[in-house]
Design a protein around this ligand. Sequence first.
Ligand code: NAI
Length: 484
Amino acid sequence: MSTEKLTISVAKGDGIGPEIMDAVLSIFNAAEVPLNYEVIGMGKSYYDQGFGNGMTPEAMQSIERNGILYKGPMETPKGKGVKSINVTARKVWSTYANRRHFRTLEGVDTVYSKAGIPIDITIVRENIEDTYGGIEHMLSKDVALSRRFITRQGCEQVIRFAFEMAKKEGFKKVSCGHKANIMKLTDGLFLDVFYEIAKEYPNIQADDVIVDALCMKLVQSPQDFEVVVLTNLQGDIVSDLCAGLVGGLGFAPSTNVGDNISIFEAVHGTAPDIAGKNIANPTSLLMSGIMMLRHLGLLKEARAIEGALLYTIESGVHTGDFGDRSIPSVDTTAFAKAIIGNLGKLPSNITLRETEDRSEFHLPVRPDHQRVMIGHTSEVEVEGIDLFFTSELTANEIAEQLLKVLPSETKLVSLTNRGTVVWPDGSVYTECSTGYGVRLTQKGQSKSFWWSLTDKLSGVINVSSTEFLNRIDGQRAYSVGQGK
Ligand code: NAI
């Protein structure tokens, strides 16, 4: 790494954001962290000023120039149509891996620490795809539909990140959490890619566990896990479960890593109930900052600050939200001052993870255009179509009407309701919503055949969306309805 001082973009955020960010930067300055800070305009007040994405153009340029955003929590204005600035930032800059570290801390009592069970779990969560795409539509007043994209390239990026991290930092095992037994194509793809990539890392043990069982096992025996990689929504939920194991969100740092831009932030929100009172706990933001320093190769400074933080917590100094109630709490500024006073000290009961400087940080390389992540070419054959529609009729009545207008060569395979087959078979006990799907097949027809058939059927059913039934390289590439 060059010895030149790097510049990072800092967004203080809303609510308690400015208080905790000022506290953290005072610790960085005391530890002589060699960084310049470009403070940028981002957050709720920028939405209010008319910046639709919650940030100024200069803020965007700063982040794209520096490659690092260190941010406090930000409030997303309520109301439909406004996307979370936090989620948007992670997505637009392709920070595909969200890494969160959960560890037992001396001075933060939990049932596990009292039972002498040590916890040190890293969750790597896919950060861009999944239902977090927020692609949602109301098909009628009663029926909402969400689309879930999982891509091979997206899976590869986050899973490779997890294994590379394990290799660099000496983890012995990476586990994949998933629900591939039910979502065979989406989670199935994630799981397939996991084992494909695991083969490239023969010295790291790889296993997988269904996400519901994972939750139980994490609670029963958290010490059995080192690194767990998950899709976006499952990773989100499992992360908070792990936060609960080690004493809450206040102790869970979060980093969002991409090839060009990375974002470091606290996992908690803006805490409007305590904003402006100088009582917030800056630990989560500070821990994310320590991860940022390691990301930048500033290992000496990261170690000094981490040592001082853990020593301070261990010695009983605490803000009002945690710690020994018999010892009076201190405010945010005093907590930061205590850490500054402890620079150079190390905790007695926690060994800091030693990492070599294998930082691959580089300033963003601005591409000429958006990159399309193209995979292998494959042969795609269309053998039918799924049409999704709303109707207040029963499945039998709908089928009767459809059979009157369908060409004789087109097969009406099934009608489904919320994924369950309700025609031609099905149980009379199956309660149907007004949102249906119909599956039609006919070999050797082009997409234009299916489009014109869809047009014709719209006189009978109120079609809201469609999906082709593909055979990819000779393999069926769509799910069957439940009950099939
Ligand atoms: P929150 O995390 O802000 O607050 C939940 C509870 O935890 C509150 O009682 C709060 O006082 C406490 N708390 C949170 N951080 C604390 C800290 N550092 N020290 C001491 N106590 C702390 O969650 P909530 O209330 O659901 O969300 C408030 C706002 O934050 C919303 O506008 C939400 O959109 C935003 N938010 C932003 C995030 C981000 O920027 N990454 C993440 C989560 C929420």
